[in-house]
Design a protein around this ligand. Structure first.
Ligand SMILES: Cc1cc2nc3c(=O)[nH]c(=O)nc-3n(C[C@H](O)[C@H](O)[C@H](O)COP(=O)(O)O)c2cc1C
Length: 197
């Protein structure tokens, strides 16, 4: 009986240690917000499906107008597809070294009032959640614009078979950062208006 009890206590302790270790690797929200930066230099290492799942789940936790969630997310880990995307995107050459990419798509037809504006705003909020989650996991990412550039959206649509009514908002290369990219200090008191403009 005593042995069973000791075994049970040991199991609880080990579980506690696993959770503590996970917590120790997690940054607090403000630390994440202030350490997030656009990462354009990647080591070339892979990104796990588990991490990508967490990142997308966080994206879907973002607020949307009337909770319409007009978004979809395309996750790419296939090397050939990442390279093909990079070839047609002058602004996203870092894809060649990224381990994965997330393409945030949005559909005006599925947004509140069928509004393109709401579709873009809603999906952009998911984008920030995604960028912050990438930082939280110790990975790097950068928003590269597809929308509003017709040529870039055309390329992304054709490589990924995206229907015409769906807007590919961006391509977010995700990877293991080399450490070269640093956060910028943007705090500017002059941009704040207390009580009135
Ligand atoms: C709408 C939008 C479009 C962007 N497009 C690109 C892009 O095409 N290529 C790129 O390298 N970075 C792009 N960026 C990243 C910005 O250049 C970057 O966020 C900005 O310079 C501030 O740096 P930080 O993200 O490190 O704070 C884009 C960011 C936003 C929000």
């Amino acid at each position: 009986m005593k042995k069973i009890y000791i075994g049970f206590v040991m199991c609880l302790l080990m579980l506690g240690l696993v959770y503590c270790k996970e917590d120790a690797n997690m940054k607090d929200t403000f630390a994440v917000i202030h350490s997030r930066k656009s990462v354009r230099s990647f080591t070339g290492a892979a990104v796990s499906k588990n991490d990508l799942d967490k990142i997308i789940k966080a994206g879907m936790a973002a607020p949307t107008a009337v909770n319409m969630q007009p978004w979809s997310f395309i996750v790419i880990t296939d090397r050939k597809k990442l390279d093909t995307l990079a070839e047609g995107l002058p602004n996203a050459k870092m894809l060649f070294k990224a381990g994965a990419a997330i393409i945030i798509c949005t559909e005006p037809d599925k947004a509140f009032n069928k509004s393109k504006d709401f579709a873009i705003i809603d999906a952009s909020l998911a984008g920030e959640n995604i960028l912050l989650s990438i930082e939280t996991l110790g990975l790097g990412g950068v928003w590269t614009a597809a929308y509003p550039y017709a040529d870039r959206m055309k390329h992304v649509r054709s490589v990924l078979n995206i229907p015409q009514e769906v807007i590919p908002l961006n391509v977010i290369p995700v990877g293991v950062p080399t450490g070269e990219d640093k956060p910028k200090v943007k705090y500017n008191k002059e941009k704040i208006h207390w009580e009135q403009w």
